[in-house]
Design a binder for this molecule. Structure first.
Ligand code: CP
Ligand code: NVA
Length: 311
């Protein structure tokens, strides 16, 4: 396997199945050791810039805490507080930061901006969410599924909601790399982008998972091991809120829908949730929900990414 040192993580598409699995294995081991009291100093003497163009609770805090736990120095930088906010180019910002820090974690509106950052910074750039992908979320999520079930191969993951959004896209790529089956259940207009479906085709073939696109939630959840949902209106899509709130109404994850799924189905949500819209309190706080373990695993998955990618 090629070394992961120095690589960017903009999307899991750039990693092989073996590499994705190795990140999860590293995360699992480090998590167990950390819980047993062992300290890891993979980032001793290193500084990591955290650039955020959008709000964040989990990603921001888990990266900050994770870098600290690894002995490094996190520097939180709000987009508009940087000269970026006054029009300095992304290229110039990247070339400057590159001289100070050992890695850049960035949450942006446009994925293109991340690519631009990565083009001009030699240090690794890690995607903390863009309009297209949320790879750190998917890594934490598959770590959680692996811990709960002991496998990712053949696991039936059912995503209900906006099938074209960043979280669903990264879950699809993760499934392709890890041999999981993924069903995306959305109104047709919100099915995954055709370019993404093309990009993951080979990995589904090689690793044995299957991708299914359906419109009916009851049909989707029949054999689900995991039901996963996300907000109907992602950050930056507020102008479409009215239409989305209407069209996704039948896609709410509620007790009635859960009654159509296997008894031991698990419910996941990347959070933040709009309670009462994409999922009810009853479900999010109920016995099938694993959302807090899922949120915790962002920390462990990202620590593994940092330890493996930062040179
Ligand atoms: N799931 C996730 O990325 O949450 P935040 O927006 O709070 O970082
Ligand atoms: N799809 C959501 C995920 C938030 C973590 C958004 O982009 O707002």
């Amino acid at each position: 396997m090629k070394s992961l040192k120095g690589r960017d993580l903009l999307t899991l598409l750039d990693f092989t199945g073996e590499e994705v699995r190795s990140i999860l294995e590293f995360a699992r081991n480090m998590k167990l050791e950390f819980k047993a009291g062992r300290l890891h100093n993979y980032l001793a003497g290193k500084s990591i810039a955290l650039i955020f163009q959008k709000p964040s609770t989990r990603t921001r805090v888990s990266f900050d805490v994770g870098i600290y736990q690894l002995g490094g120095h996190p520097i939180y930088l709000g987009w508009s507080e940087l000269q970026l906010g006054r029009g300095e180019t992304i290229a110039d910002t990247a070339r400057t930061l590159d001289r100070y820090v050992d890695g850049i974690v960035a949450r942006v509106y446009k994925h293109f901006d991340l690519e631009e950052l990565a083009r001009y910074a030699d240090v690794p750039v890690i995607n903390a969410l863009s309009d297209l992908y949320h790879p750190c979320q998917a890594l934490g999520d598959y770590l959680t599924m692996w811990e709960k079930t002991g496998r990712t191969e053949g696991l039936n993951v059912v995503f209900i909601g906006d099938g074209a959004n960043n979280v669903c896209s990264s879950l699809i790529v993760g499934a392709a790399k890890l041999g999981a089956n993924i069903t995306v259940c959305s109104p047709k207009k919100y099915w995954p982008r055709p370019e993404l479906l093309e990009a993951v085709k080979k990995d589904f073939e090689v690793h044995g998972g299957q991708l299914r696109l359906v419109e009916s939630p009851t049909e989707a959840v029949k054999d689900a091991d995991v039901i996963y949902t996300d907000v109907w209106v992602s950050m930056g899509m507020e102008a479409e809120a009215e239409e989305r709130l209407k069209v996704f109404q039948p896609y709410q994850v509620n007790s009635q829908l859960l009654s159509k799924a296997p008894d031991d189905v698990m419910v996941m949500h990347c959070l933040p949730a709009k309670r009462g819209l994409e999922a009810t309190d009853e479900v999010l706080d109920g016995p099938h929900s694993i959302i807090w373990d899922q949120a915790e695993n962002r920390l462990h998955a990202q620590k593994a990414v940092l330890a493996l990618l930062i040179p």
